[in-house]
Design a protein around this ligand. Structure first.
Ligand code: HEM
Length: 559
């Protein structure tokens, strides 16, 4: 299709309040110049204005005036748009179907013909994420909503401020830096496994425990980001009630009212002042997170030790160097907000990713066995308590396990912990064949793109780690949007991947995982708030591996 152009004349976009004000003033004029009373004139003018407004925005603007009218559009009633379908379904699933039916760039509606574009087109994604990323900032409403808990760190910075912060933070996330931090990942993973071992020890048969794993993994990844990221020991693993963990627990409450309030706040930021429980909890959580971040950064600045390897130490040292060279460097508030960002972005995401992986392994026992055998082949000592306690863990690089790599990638493709991201154009731009005007809201759904047959072939909807060894010709880098791409993509990707692999090596070498059939499949209960989580967590049957060994050994001896 030929490229569409925006018209040089700005399209007519009446706004509700000014329109009603005009109607009210007109009612005054009409009542004075006719026999109608003011009330009757008001009723008459409102009766004409409101339906005209609704008809214009729902049926005239979207189809005859909007510069986006040529973009393939999801059929439906623009009066309420696809809102109900979106609310009823898992985030990204409607968009996945729409892309399959209508192509890689689709338009759909929120009420009153409010337009949204969902982008899955390879070139358009390149344009947004790599060629022109700063033309696509996060919309103000979304930013304000996220700032409350994540601070105004790198995730929410835009333009030059983002370039500056990204440059300052990148060295802390280099492969070399992550390698230096890996022993912390191992230590915390072993600690969690030890605590699981104790938990199972308290079960009836002392072999199998049935418990919810997401909360455990959240505590482990929180402890890891605090120590590896900031050199701070939180130990929420052994102290589950630690206020910082409690603060994040409250942020992710999924009762209906909280979900409604969160949704409202992205549209109307002032609703954060409504004295509802959710707002009180959010404020309390914010206070704790902000307080912890302030304490961390103050301690770090006071004791900048050249031997410290954590990410924040690198940042503080770099910043001091910049300031010594007469450059501005990062302010105290910016550094504090980076800590808030890393706390928020850096633990729940990975915990959710590992949790979904364990869930998928519990459903695909063949994959679980194959993965365990690979770990055993490369790192046999992990399966032996005495040997693993005496092994120099810093020499192990889990990147050398190809099947582990496949399993992690496939799990993150199949259920992306961050299922979507939203952007708003600052200036007109061309996406695919369409000129998209500034102000358009655009969504990139990893939970749609990651499973499109156009990129992944007919098995796109299956969990199959082996696919990574035989990717179809239609695959492109942008078909895997779990970490986004380009300068706004996840800076912590290597950190998360290494952490995930180490956790899986430790867990699979000590336990087996089976579905707890007494609870509903968590995949049917996905809930989204920044992260796509299982609503009630993931409850698994966790069996100590040593007992299975003995069982197999016994069986072999007897037969
Ligand atoms: C499996 C785990 C993770 C996933 C799936 C993930 C995914 C993402 C995605 C999709 C974005 C882009 C968000 C947007 O712009 O809307 C992002 C950004 C970011 N992530 Fe991650 N992330 C993970 C782990 C981590 C970890 C462990 C850290 C820190 C240690 C981290 C730190 C960040 C930061 C700071 C940004 C903002 C980058 C920027 O705007 O320049 N993430 N992540």
């Amino acid at each position: 299709m030929a490229a569409q152009r925006t018209t040089s004349v700005a399209p007519f976009k009446p706004r509700f309040m000014p329109l009603m004000l005009t109607a009210t003033l007109a009612a005054g004029v009409v009542s004075r110049s006719s026999s109608l009373s003011t009330a009757a004139a008001l009723v008459l003018l409102y009766a004409v204005t409101v339906p005209s407004y609704v008809i214009y925005w729902s049926w005239i603007y979207p189809y005859y005036i909007s510069p986006l009218r040529h973009v393939p559009t999801v059929p439906g009633n623009p009066l309420y748009g696809q809102m109900f379908e979106i609310l009823e379904n898992e985030v990204g699933v409607c968009q996945r179907e729409w892309h399959k039916r209508h192509g890689p760039i689709v338009r759909y509606f929120f009420p009153l013909g409010t337009e949204r574009l969902s982008i899955a087109d390879d070139d358009a994604l390149k344009q947004m994420t790599i060629k022109n990323p700063y033309n696509y900032p996060k919309p103000l409403g979304a930013r304000k909503w996220m700032t409350r808990i994540l601070g105004e760190g790198i995730l929410l910075a835009e333009g030059n401020a983002h370039v500056h912060q990204r440059k300052a933070l990148t060295p802390g996330f280099s492969i070399g830096s992550i390698r230096t931090l890996a022993p912390i990942f191992w230590r915390k993973s072993f600690l969690m496994a030890k605590l699981w071992d104790q938990e199972i020890g308290r079960s009836k048969d002392k072999k199998t425990g049935t418990f919810e794993v997401l909360e455990w993994l959240n505590r482990t990844t929180l402890d890891i980001i605090c120590e590896a990221g900031f050199g701070t020991e939180v130990n929420s693993l052994e102290n589950p009630e630690t206020p910082l963990r409690e603060a994040y627990r409250k942020v992710f409450v999924f009762d209906t009212l909280s979900r409604l309030m969160h949704g409202l706040q992205t549209l109307f930021p002032l609703t954060k002042y409504i004295p509802a429980k959710m707002n009180r909890d959010m404020e309390a959580s914010r206070g704790i997170i902000l307080g912890s971040a302030t304490k961390i950064i103050k301690e770090k600045q006071a004791t900048a030790n050249p031997a410290d390897k954590d990410i924040l130490s690198l940042l503080v040292r770099d910043n001091l160097k910049l300031q010594a060279a007469g450059e501005a460097g990062l302010s105290f508030e910016t550094m504090r907000d980076q800590v808030m960002t890393f706390l928020g972005a850096g633990h729940d995401t990975t915990a959710t990713g590992v949790t979904w992986t364990l869930h998928l392994l519990s459903k695909h026992l063949g994959v679980q066995c194959k993965l365990r055998e690979e770990i055993r082949k490369h790192y046999p000592f992990l399966f032996d308590r005495e040997r693993r306690e005496n092994f120099d863990i810093s020499t192990i690089d889990p990147d050398h396990l190809p099947y582990l790599d496949n399993v992690c990638r496939e799990s993150l493709r199949y259920i992306p912990p961050i299922p979507m991201t939203v952007r708003e154009l600052v200036e007109d731009d061309k996406l695919g064949d369409y000129v998209v005007p500034k102000g358009t809201t655009i969504l990139v759904y990893s939970n749609a793109i990651n499973r499109l047959p156009e990129y992944w072939g007919p098995t796109a909807d299956e969990f199959d780690p082996d696919r990574w060894d035989r990717l179809p010709d239609s695959y492109t880098t942008n078909a895997f949007m779990t970490f986004l791409q380009g300068p706004r993509g996840c800076i912590g990707r290597k950190f998360a991947e290494t952490e995930m692999k180490i956790l899986l090596c430790v867990l699979l070498s000590q336990f087996t995982f089976a579905r707890d059939e007494s609870v509903q499949d968590p995949e049917e209960l996905k809930m989204w708030r920044l992260v796509l989580r299982p609503r009630d967590g993931v409850q698994l049957k966790v069996t100590k591996l040593i007992f299975l060994f003995l069982l197999v050994l016994n069986f072999n001896i007897m037969t």
